[in-house]
Design a binder for this molecule. Sequence first.
Ligand code: MSP
Length: 512
Amino acid sequence: MTNQKKFYLSTPIYYVNDVPHIGHAYTTLACDVLARYKRSRGYEVFFLTGTDEHGQKVEKAAQAKGETPLDLADRVVKRFQSLWDKLNISHTDFIRTSQERHKLAVQHLFRTIEEKDDIYLGEYEDWYCTPCETFWTETQLMDGNCPDCGRPTDKLKEESYFFRMSKYQQQLLDHIDAHPDFIQPKSRRNEILSFVREGLRDLSISRTSFSWGIPVPGNDKHVLYVWFDALTNYISALGFPDDDENRYASFWPCNVHVIGKDILRFHAVYWPTFLLAAGLPLPQKIFAHGWWTVEGQKMSKSLANVVEPNRLIDKYGADAVRYFLLREVPFGLDGDFSHSALVHRINSDLANDLGNLVSRSTAMLSKYFKGVLPEPGPAEEIDTVLIEKFSTVLSELDQHMENLAFNRALQSIWSMVSAANKYIDDTAPWGLAKDPSQEQRLGTVMYNLLELVRLISLMVSPFMPETGVKIRTILGLDPEDATMDGHDQWGSLLAGQKIAKAEPIFPRIEKE
Ligand code: MSP
């Protein structure tokens, strides 16, 4: 095992009965940004995503199409994987719950908990919402319908294995109390605290009503409940329990599970109590982000307003989509997607602010110094202020990334971009260029600008990897090297460096 700092983060695993839309892309994207940032800070990152393939919904959908559930899953999985490629997602592993490695881990977890006497055979009777794969008590129903999606529920009675979740109520409360960052944002933590305080019931963790799932060890009349199965992906992908590659030992407990707010209870109540029962460490943090609506409405197939990320990427490029989704809305709050907001962000933040900074700086360097970076002369106050601003932005960035406050991280970076653009206006290099006695001063201004462009290329790289590569290519640096550790101090760009004149990196979009 190396001594390198480790960071493990995960997306939820996506159901294969739906094709990917911007909601799924959002969770995955946020994780990718964090993964890239941590890598740039010298961490060895394990970034997990994958697909949740079992359950009645997939079984029914496959039946309706006359194919096997696995054939259906194989088809849909490809759509997720090709979208992640197109969005430049840099995951380390892709777990599918239909894989053998996963089945072994799930069955092992079941047996471990059973041996502790925390699983028993009983009879289950409750209201089941098939689309949500969730059981509800009579009192939780809204006019007889599922309180989450509003669709009708069915009364189900069947033999079932139960997990003694009730036994872990106090232990879970104590853990949440002792670890203020365990569930974030804070409003979500409070929501879970009051849910748990109301009392935990034992949880039915097996079904006999369908067969597309992982059999209960020793009783294959039953398959495991999809959430018992799905949640275990976070350790099965690490090689639990055999751990031949030492991944589980190196990376568990995970640093953060990033999820949407709709699946918080499963992650913040069910999963920790399974782990407590099995005597395994709990994840360090669970962060629940908000939901996207589209032009003010809930995304749904029936409204035909589902935003297809592939089309957006084809039209605007992966970086613009990545930037928009993380800049527009504070992570943790709900947001609304609109094409006009996206176009506005591209034109103002990307084409105007960042794009202009890069093209103005490189065009002036080419004009005044034939594209060769001069040695900087003595710093004036305006230069010192700019350099201090950079170190403030750098520490803000660190802090915001720590808090998964992606929009604030981008705001900080953009405050640097604006300061750099203002520096151009204030120092007016075109005026200095007219006066031969100001050549050294002009050189200092150009050096500072290009050095900032380099540093900005590193800061934006986790969010917009293609843009980082483009800028570093223009600067004549190693385009793929986005490492911040050791490269984020002022003055690393060397005089004499040959820098190309940039083509616009973000063309303006005409409003339709
Ligand atoms: N399979 C379960 C997760 C199991 S994790 C052990 C699941 N899958 S899902 O495909 O339905 O959803 C995956 C993620 O997409 C969730 O985090 C969910 O919040 C997110 N989103 C789905 N629609 C969304 C929006 N409209 N907006 C933002 N995120 C949304 O749940």
